[in-house]
Design a binder for this molecule. Structure first.
Ligand SMILES: *Cc1c(COP(=O)(O)O)cnc(C)c1O
Length: 444
């Protein structure tokens, strides 16, 4: 890779090498100490010596890359087309990859200690590319429910048109319930197990360890076990690392916390190298990679990922503590409040899988749509918008907005009631946010 110091056969971008900034080996350890992601985000995968000494990677606006020789060009294409495993050894054409995207992919993989990663033009293009690379007519996708609405549409209405079947289990399902659904699906060809945790907008957590144990038991005598993929947009990569609980592939909408400033749309997929190679071949074919400018913006975002998510998480804990005690609030659906009693199973998953409660939660007000709308219209700091994970606090009304087209019975089953407000807390001052929510509650 052009941007990497360990890449044979490449000098500086323009062919010159400045002896003052000769390529240096990458530092990911000091003594016995393995450096943390927050440290690696400042330099990992980029060698200034290969870009005129520039501290930050330039944005590489080019559609194609010059081969050093005809033989090198042939080798590149053997990698790109899958004739030789492992993908491209260098850069070939910008539908396949580019320096900014490669640095981004290396840094994304660091957070979850994934073997490899891919960047995409949106969360949905990442999910669509994953599905297209794994399923064929007659196959079954087993998934947790509910899923992000566009993901449900993609599985049921779009892949369904091409003869792909699906079966689902509720996000909070027990091992026995998962066994039942997977056992039933296993009479056909299960191509993929697809999870989303916590589920939107219920915040229900999936027991990834139980899904992995069920998959391993039910497919013990099969030639190949279906991979487990999981959408980790809501808690990842800081508070939930599902590869550690037995998932094989992790999917992200990088539009949310990873991008973090509500100014870009992008997606990512991380995981085991053999799966990533399969998905990369599909991405190379259909061109769902993100553009260099977006990749560059994400590199800037990742430098502050831990700072931003930590602050948003602390703010959410303070805001939720305030809201939970307020007389006009019926209930706050916040992962940090899970404890024994009827929540015991969810609380158990939370303790085993998560290291933080995130900053996106459900606020159930006393009343119905009128009260929810009055509250939303009175907010002065929090903005009324869908999406989440940005530096600013956002609030929305799922029943009337993101989930408007969901049938009433399903809405009731999912707890998407007219008094529900979804809130994503940002990095503002926590007491200012509390003051805003207090005056909006007074306005009801
Ligand atoms: C936003 C989101 C997506 C889709 O991502 P885009 O970047 O909007 O395409 C998928 N899954 C979850 C959980 C999301 O929140």
């Amino acid at each position: 890779m052009m941007t990497k110091s360990n890449d044979p056969g490449h000098d500086a971008v323009d062919g010159r090498t400045d002896p003052r900034v000769a390529p240096r080996p990458e530092v990911d350890r000091i003594g016995g100490r393995k450096l943390k992601p927050a440290t690696l985000m400042m330099g990992h995968g980029y060698d200034p010596a290969l870009s005129e000494g520039a501290l930050k990677p330039p944005i590489f606006l080019t559609s194609t890359f010059v081969f050093p020789s005809a033989a090198a060009g042939k080798r590149h294409f053997e990698g790109v087309t899958g004739k030789r495993p492992g993908g491209a050894e260098g850069l070939v054409y910008s539908r396949f990859n580019g320096p900014n995207q490669e640095i981004l992919e290396d840094r994304l993989a660091v957070w979850e200690e994934a073997e490899d990663a891919l960047a995409f033009s949106s969360g949905m293009s990442a999910i669509a590319t994953l599905f297209l690379s794994m399923v064929k007519p007659g196959d079954t996708i087993v998934h947790s429910g509910p899923l992000y609405a566009a993901t449900e549409t993609l599985i049921a209405r779009i892949l369904g048109r091409f003869g792909v079947h699906w079966l689902d289990f509720p996000a909070g399902a027990t091992r026995a319930e998962i066994d039942t659904v997977l056992g039933k699906a296993a009479s056909g060809n299960v191509a993929l197990i697809y999870l989303e945790s916590p589920a939107n907008p219920t915040n229900a957590l999936v027991d990834v360890e139980a899904v992995a144990a069920s998959r391993d038991a039910i497919f013990a005598n099969h030639a190949a076990k279906p991979p487990i993929a999981i959408d980790n947009t809501f808690l990842g990569p800081l508070w939930h690392k599902p590869l550690k609980q037995g998932a094989d592939i992790v999917v992200y909408s990088l539009t949310k916390y990873a991008g973090g400033h509500s100014d870009l749309v992008a997606g990512g997929v991380l995981g085991r190298k053999d799966h990533i190679d399969t998905i990369r071949l599909m991405r190379n074919t259909i061109g769902t990679i993100c553009d260099p400018n977006t990749a560059w913006m994400l590199l800037r975002s990742l430098e502050t990922l831990e700072l931003r998510m930590s602050r948003a998480g602390e703010n959410a804990a303070k805001v939720c503590a305030f809201l939970a005690e307020h007389p006009k609030v019926e209930r706050v659906g916040y992962l940090g409040f899970l404890e024994g009693g009827k929540d015991e199973r969810q609380a158990d998953i939370y303790r085993r899988h998560c290291t933080g409660a995130g900053s996106t939660f459900s606020l159930y007000l006393k009343g119905g749509e009128a009260e929810a709308f009055r509250f939303l219209d009175a907010l002065r700091i929090a903005k009324l918008a869908v999406s989440l994970g940005g530096t600013e606090t956002l609030a929305s009304h799922p029943a009337g907005m993101t989930h408007l087209s969901v049938p009433d019975a399903r809405k009731q089953a999912l707890g998407i009631t007219d008094n529900l407000v979804r809130i994503s807390i940002g990095v503002e001052d926590a007491d200012d946010l509390i003051a805003d929510f207090a005056q909006a509650l007074d306005a009801i």
